[in-house]
Design a protein around this ligand. Structure first.
Ligand code: NAD
Ligand code: MG
Length: 393
């Protein structure tokens, strides 16, 4: 029986994970659920999944959850990052699903790495912001890192594994990282100034949380994923080619030195990569509709439009600088939140990332404290450039 801590339980990844887990009560047991502030959603999840612990982002949310769960005494409710660190590192947990969105997910995921857990990584921002530190923690802690992100999961599936179960890269020539192109594929930059958060979140193929949906629309998500692939598979950006594939059926590909290209195909449904990671190296039913290739019909591929979507080039430049992706990701989080709140335009997102990257003094952070300081510095710079943009100066 695998004992699981699910971080970000009320989100899109959290709910898909619980759906797969509920199909296999003989294999998986949810021991810890965490969320930020969504008390009602969390109360419902606690009633249906009966974890031993529920951890909320702050005391006020924990108090409200305690009240809501007054008649469910089996669940211990607590709050805060320290408690979450202790729980994910405890011997009672063997698997941690990192499903928190953004930089907030770094600390507990790093704790899971340091304590040698099996980590199912959806929270790409954690890896991207602290790549070197995080990968060192995985190695030193003896953790097993399995990518949930569909593209990286596809790469993992297409790679042979060495005797310790890690992906074997020696014959790999190129990785093709596929991108759907998002809801604005084919649009000019000029036409994107006035798009609304609703339009940006209406992804043609995937149903996801708001932040990653906007990231998919700007292609910042593909920039984050490029950095993610470099860390996970020990590649440089020039060994990874980004290909737009609007149908989201091929989830990524590996080209070997003999010219063979291996691809993983499937429905655009996160339960497939989640089930793969939960069961690895075995396979379990994920509840996903089988892929019908005749209905899918066509598989198209095209180059990304770097003019309409400058975030991709900005990410490529940031990856080459120490600490660059920590700043990229922090500025992006701040800008996306402002766009979702209606205070800046869609096309201001890349402007803010670019000016933040130019202004913040970059260096490779060597500790969690240093990553947090760099993230904070980037947030402050990004916030003031947003304030200037929204006041029209
Ligand atoms: P979401 O917004 O739907 O859910 C986010 C979850 O994180 C919620 O449970 C929320 O309560 C929790 N959370 C947010 N801020 C927090 C904080 N400060 N402290 C503690 N918990 C906090 O997001 P999502 O779409 O499920 O994405 C989660 C992560 O997975 C992201 O990093 C995203 O890039 C990645 N991912 C998502 C998908 C997808 O299909 N949704 C696919 C690939 C990767
Ligand atoms: Mg992805």
């Amino acid at each position: 029986m695998r004992r699981i801590a699910l971080l970000g339980a009320t989100g899109s990844i959290g709910k898909s994970t619980l759906d797969v887990i509920a199909r296999h009560p003989d294999r998986y047991r949810v021991v810890v659920l965490s969320a930020n502030k969504s008390v009602e959603d969390m109360a419902a999840l606690c009633r249906s999944h009966c974890p031993e612990h529920a951890v909320m982002g702050d005391e006020a949310a924990a108090d409200a959850l305690r009240t809501a769960l007054a008649n469910v005494p089996e669940v211990t409710v607590s709050a805060g990052a320290k408690v979450l660190d202790e729980l994910v590192s405890s011997p009672g947990i063997d698997t941690v699903v990192a499903g928190i969105v953004g930089f907030a997910g770094l600390r507990p995921t790093l704790s899971a790495a340091r304590s040698g857990k099996t980590i199912l990584l959806a929270n790409k921002e954690a890896l991207v912001s602290a790549g070197k530190l995080f990968m060192e923690a995985v190695r030193q802690g003896g953790a097993t890192l399995l990518p949930v992100d569909s593209e990286h999961n596809a790469m993992h599936q297409c790679l042979p594994k060495d005797s310790s179960g890690r992906p074997e890269m020696s014959n790999v020539e190129k990785i093709f990282l596929t991108a759907s192109g998002g809801p604005f594929r084919g649009r000019s930059r000029q036409s994107l100034h006035m798009v609304t958060p609703e339009e940006a979140c209406a992804h043609p193929n995937w149903s996801m949380g708001q932040k990653i949906s906007v990231d998919s629309a700007t292609l910042a998500n593909k920039g984050l994923e490029l950095a993610e692939a470099c860390w996970l598979f020990d590649r440089t950006p020039d060994e990874i080619e980004i290909v737009v594939h609007p149908q989201s059926v091929v989830h990524s590909m590996i080209r070997y030195r003999d010219g063979s290209v291996l691809a993983q195909l499937g429905q655009p449904d996160m339960r497939t990569p989640i089930a793969y990671c939960l069961a690895w190296p075995d396979r379990v039913d994920a509840g996903v509709e089988p892929l019908d290739l005749v209905i899918a019909g066509r598989l198209d591929f095209e180059a990304p439009d770097l003019e309409a979507f400058p975030c991709l080039t900005l990410a490529q430049q940031a990856i080459a600088k120490p600490g660059g992706m920590c700043v990229f990701s922090a500025a992006n989080e701040i800008a996306v939140a402002a766009f979702l709140a209606g205070t800046v335009r869609f096309t201001d997102i890349d402007v803010v990332i670019e000016s933040t990257l130019a202004e913040v003094k970059l260096s490779e952070p060597q500790s969690l404290k240093a990553v947090q300081a760099l993230d904070q510095a980037a947030r402050e710079v990004a916030s003031s450039s947003l304030a200037a943009l929204s006041s029209g100066s």
